[in-house]
Design a protein around this ligand. Structure first.
Ligand code: 1HE
Length: 261
């Protein structure tokens, strides 16, 4: 495995078909400055077709402390608008990039860190994880997509409460609320995220495409349009040779049965 330092604060490592993208700014708790948000965008736009899944993790004691607050004070309103749009573009590159993305969470997952995590498809948290949106107490609003993505995970009411009151969710309450789909013992989030990514990388490419590109769009459509989109995608996926082979393998007893969880 070779690790490539993409920028001062971001590294990329390839493990088989899985890309491991790591925030490497632990002294600043992986706070995301402009260079880092652009590096994140670039790395997710650079994946070639050998990469089938990605893991995002953070070095040090925290996943990510959000926006680098030291860069905030110099911006006027117009610059602030473009800055927020830059985050949107970068996190869209994560969510709507070519591969499923699993985040390995620990320690602080706050502000822009939660925005990054919520742009991924599967979140694995360890017991040290905590979630917050301190923007409210800093006198600002979210700008990296939280108002669109966080309510989809936990609902508008919880996000309103977090921003109005500064409420912090611990790992267990956070998992129950819907921030993470997996909760593991402290120190094990990365290993679990990698295990999931390696499994997801083996899915039929069209299945992963449908889940990352189509499902979130169907969720935005009216029921009538969503059902039609679903039928179109169902028809395309099931006509792929790989799907036919996978179904045949099951019927011939060569594929796994669904096991009780
Ligand atoms: C930072 C940042 C940061 C740490 N920007 N420098 N996010 C926040 O409001 C969260 C702010 N951070 C914290 O609440 C705490 O740092 C943590 C809970 C994450 C970690 O605490 P701790 O005790 O481990 O570390 P620390 O001592 O607070 O911080 C270590 C260093 O990192 C220190 O710098 P130093 O030079 O004094 O060593 C901190 O200043 C620095 N640091 N977090 C800049 N965020 C697209 S819009 C998104 C909007 C937002 O994300 S707003 C929420 C910002």
């Amino acid at each position: 495995m070779t690790v490539t330092q993409i920028s001062n604060d971001l590294s990329l490592e390839l493990k088989g078909a899985v890309a491991i993208v790591r925030l490497t700014r632990p002294t600043k708790r992986n706070a995301i400055n402009d260079a880092l948000v652009l590096a994140l965008r670039d790395v997710f736009e650079s994946f070639n077709s050998d990469i089938k899944a990605a893991v995002i993790a953070g070095e040090g004691d925290h996943f990510c402390a959000g926006l680098d607050l030291s860069e905030l004070s110099d911006r006027d309103a117009v610059q602030g608008l473009h800055h927020s749009r830059m985050w949107h573009k970068a996190l869209d590159a994560v969510q709507f990039g070519p591969v499923p993305v699993i985040t390995a969470l620990h320690g602080a997952v706050v502000g822009g860190g939660l925005e990054l995590a919520s742009a991924s498809h599967i979140r694995v948290a360890d017991e040290s994880t905590f979630y917050a949106l301190p923007e409210g107490s800093r006198g600002i609003f979210v700008g990296g997509g939280a108002s669109v993505r966080v309510p989809k995970l936990v609902g508008v009411a919880r996000m309103t409460d977090m921003m109005m009151t500064g409420r912090v969710y611990n790992a267990q309450d956070g998992e129950r609320a819907g921030f993470a789909q997996y909760l593991v013992p402290t120190g094990q989030a990365f290993a679990k995220a990698l295990e999931i990514a390696e499994k997801v990388a083996l899915n039929a490419p069209m299945t992963n495409y449908a889940l990352t590109q189509v499902l979130p769009r169907i969720a935005e459509q009216t029921a009538d349009h969503g059902l039609l989109t679903e039928s179109l995608v169902a028809a395309i996926t099931q006509s792929a040779p790989e799907a036919k082979e996978r179904v045949k393998a099951f019927l011939e007893g060569r594929a796994n049965k669904v096991q009780k969880g």
